[in-house]
Write a protein that binds this ligand. Structure first.
Ligand code: C2O
Ligand code: CU
Ligand code: CU
Length: 458
């Protein structure tokens, strides 16, 4: 069918649609190839060597799968480190989760690992290594993964913004991604903030059109404070799932906090023309620009009301009346045990603890943080006893924050909840996916220095 939309998509907007990212699209029976490799890239101040992306170039490609269609993804490790790939937010069978020693052995250079799963949830997810995670992620190996709805919701353009910082020196060389001082506090921040590895890129968007913005925070450390332009729009999905409890449109006074691992989908009705729209970050004294959207062409004359609401994903509702309760306290570490991550590297420090013990990592020899019964409902009380923020992430399942001691927390399905200073958040979920599931802070320096364990569902 030839309508304005198809014309627009057919007119070579494939790269535009992805924000200049290359795309790998699943097709039945064909394995997508993800070949990691070392790469150089110029962020604007000279060539930076030693980055990690894939054979498709840099940044890592966006992977597009279809809801309820089987996907095969072959990961071939092309860097010297051992590695694995984890599909953040996707509810996969445990063996496909990409967590070394917990669900698979690390993949060595030149070796391949075949991942196969059928995504049941449509939405915005992402992928990253889970072995030598600190280095490979800090150096760039973080990509967006989109699971398309079975029925097209009707946007004119799908624009992805992968937010990621790099830490570069004067000669554009990579600086240390890990500092003990940073790890013991909020984490070591980058000094070059990028969107799709560009600084403040400008994208053409169709005037009068409907754009789906998918913003993913894939940095190892930074909690982004996002401000959206003052236009007609709505936050339609949060961490991969359609919003059920509305999230207010962020402003400079009240930006949207997006912690490492989190994603937000926004529907925007582009004005019929006029100045570029800036997506801002409230970092430092002046707001900085993540990206600007340049209304282009004659108005498509669309209306937000023309969008089909995103269908709810098949998540099972918990039962609070029968839910069992567990407490998890996140704080500093009482002493300095060295976590042992086998072939996946160790940073040789502990600064953080769960329930007052520094945990030894995703596949901790200390056993699971909790043993849960398959099919039962649970409420976890997550308590941050520190002045630092912690984006707490659970693999394999989704949960809903149901209360906070500090704020009215939107109750939406998620895989990562950001705990602010001294915040206590109750989360609820059904333990409906059997296996050992990593559970950790997504500030990777925290994850690697004690704030990481796993839960067992059987
Ligand atoms: Cu996004 Cu355990 O990770
Ligand atoms: Cu994950
Ligand atoms: Cu943390």
């Amino acid at each position: 069918m030839l309508n304005r939309r198809n014309l627009l998509l057919g007119a070579g907007s494939a790269t535009l649609a992805a924000g200049g990212l290359s795309a790998l699209r699943a097709s039945a029976g064909v394995s997508l190839e993800i070949n990691s490799r070392e790469t150089g890239f110029d962020f604007g101040g000279g060539l930076t060597q030693g980055l990690v992306s894939t054979a498709d170039g840099a940044p890592p490609p966006v992977i597009r799968l279809k809801q309820n269609e089987a996907a095969q993804l072959r990961f071939t490790n092309g860097v010297d480190d051992y590695s694995t790939v984890h599909w953040h937010g996707i509810r996969v069978p445990n063996a496909m989760d990409g967590v070394p020693y917990l669900t698979q052995l690390p993949t060595r250079r030149g070796e391949a690992f075949d991942y196969a799963y059928t995504p049941q949830d449509a939405g915005t997810f992402w992928y990253h290594p889970h072995c030598v995670t600190m280095r490979q992620m800090a150096h760039g190996f973080t990509g967006i993964l989109i699971v398309e709805e079975e029925e097209d919701p009707g946007f004119d353009l799908d624009l992805l913004l992968n937010l990621k910082d790099f830490r570069l020196g004067n000669e554009a060389e990579l600086l240390d991604y890990f500092t003990p001082r940073g790890a013991a506090r909020g984490g070591t921040l980058g000094n070059v903030m990028t969107t799709n590895w560009q600084r403040a890129p400008r994208y053409d968007v169709p005037a009068g059109g409907l754009v789906r913005l998918r913003i993913a925070a894939t940095d190892t450390t930074r909690i982004y404070r996002v401000v959206l332009p003052d236009v007609d729009g709505e936050i339609i999905a949060w961490d991969g799932h359609p919003v059920e409890d509305p999230i207010p449109w962020p402003s400079r006074e009240a930006p949207l906090f997006l912690g490492p691992g989190q994603r937000v989908d926004v529907a925007i009705r582009v004005p019929d023309g006029g100045a570029p729209l800036d997506i801002l970050g409230m970092h430092g004294l002046e707001p900085m620009t993540f990206a600007s959207l340049n209304p282009t062409g004659t108005s498509l004359g669309r209306d937000l009301a023309e969008l089909k609401p995103l269908p709810r994903n098949p998540v099972t509702d918990f039962d609070l009346a029968s839910a069992e309760r567990r407490d998890l306290i996140f704080g500093w570490s009482p002493d300095g045990m060295i976590p042992n991550n086998g072939l996946c590297g160790s940073v040789e420090y502990t600064f953080w603890s769960i329930n007052r013990d520094p945990w030894q990592g995703d596949a901790s020899g200390m056993g699971p943080l909790a043993n849960l019964e398959l099919g039962k409902s649970y409420v976890f009380r997550l308590q941050n006893e520190s002045p630092n923020d912690h984006p707490i992430h659970l693999h394999g399942l989704v949960f809903k924050p149901i209360s906070s001691n500090q704020r009215k927390i939107p109750q939406n399905w998620t895989d990562t909840v950001l705990l602010h200073k001294n915040e206590i958040v109750d989360i609820a979920f059904v333990a409906d996916n059997p296996g050992d599931w990593a559970f950790h802070c997504h500030v990777i320096e925290h994850q690697k220095t004690g704030l990481s364990g796993y839960i067992r569902i059987s």
